[in-house]
Design a protein. Structure first.
Length: 256
């Protein structure tokens, strides 16, 4: 590939919106070759995922077709996952594909669910599942539909944030009979939410101290391993530090 090459890393919302903007205003689109790297050809719109879980909409209705969007904008689509980036040599290393060079880079690869040490073995055994990636957690939840009755062991959601609350409410709509437990720090949850959680027969616990069926982890976010292990400057939440123009610190041609 020519060295004058803009690469969008990840099929996240910002990259999707950027491509859409170029389609709306093609005169704003760079004239040099552009590629987007994404492990999936479709993106689950995260704001709609609770509605998918509650069966208010189908999974297909929540999807953004990244491949077709890129194709319409004449942007090369590379279906792969980033393994590492050498920011000194301007080279991207991919899983099962040769590396590619770039002149400018936009990173929008999203985040992954933070998995605490106590759950790592359970995740490997498929007893627990992180909420992200969404395609995987959707399959995990769907496989439990057959257990929608009060005699089954409880399904547990772990997390104290809004994501955990949204998901457990969506699960209650999906499973009217299944016993649901939210393992959380109730001090971090508003009294209004606590009232409605109990009103919808969702038990609250501070730790897992009972028999259970499966566990869904909504335990916060962490950056991908290649970002953590690179020489990017990160804040205390693992987010890439940029200036006001979204330029990554120490790398003039890299944006996030």
């Amino acid at each position: 590939m020519t060295f004058n090459h803009l690469v969008l890393v990840g099929g996240g919302h910002s990259n999707v919106l950027l491509i859409h903007k170029w389609l709306m205003k093609p005169n704003k689109m760079p004239t040099n070759p552009i590629s987007i790297i994404s492990k999936d050809s479709h993106l689950v719109y995260s704001a709609m995922f609770p509605s998918v879980i509650s069966q208010s909409i189908s999974l297909e209705q929540s999807l953004i077709d990244i491949f077709s969007l890129a194709n319409a904008a004449r942007i090369g689509f590379i279906k792969s996952e980033v393994k590492n980036i050498d920011f000194e040599e301007n080279k991207i290393f991919l899983n099962s594909r040769p590396p590619i060079d770039y002149s400018r880079l936009i990173i929008n690869c999203g985040i992954q669910t933070k998995i605490n040490l106590e759950f790592k073995d359970l995740v490997e055994k498929r007893i627990a599942c992180p909420i992200k990636p969404f395609f995987e957690s959707y399959k995990f939840i769907k496989s439990e539909d057959k257990n929608n009755n009060s005699k089954e062991k409880p399904f547990i959601v772990v997390g104290s944030g809004l994501a955990a609350i949204e998901i457990v409410f969506a699960l209650r709509k999906r499973w009217k009979e299944r016993n649901l437990i939210l393992v959380c720090d109730s001090a971090k949850i508003s009294h209004k939410f606590l009232f409605w959680l109990r009103n919808f027969n969702i038990d609250l616990k501070t730790k897992i101290n009972c028999d259970y069926g499966k566990i869904l982890l909504c335990t916060g976010n962490s950056p991908h391993s290649w970002i953590q292990g690179n020489n990017l400057k990160l804040d205390n939440k693992g987010r890439i530090i940029t200036n006001a123009k979204l330029n990554v610190k120490n790398f003039s041609g890299v944006f996030a």
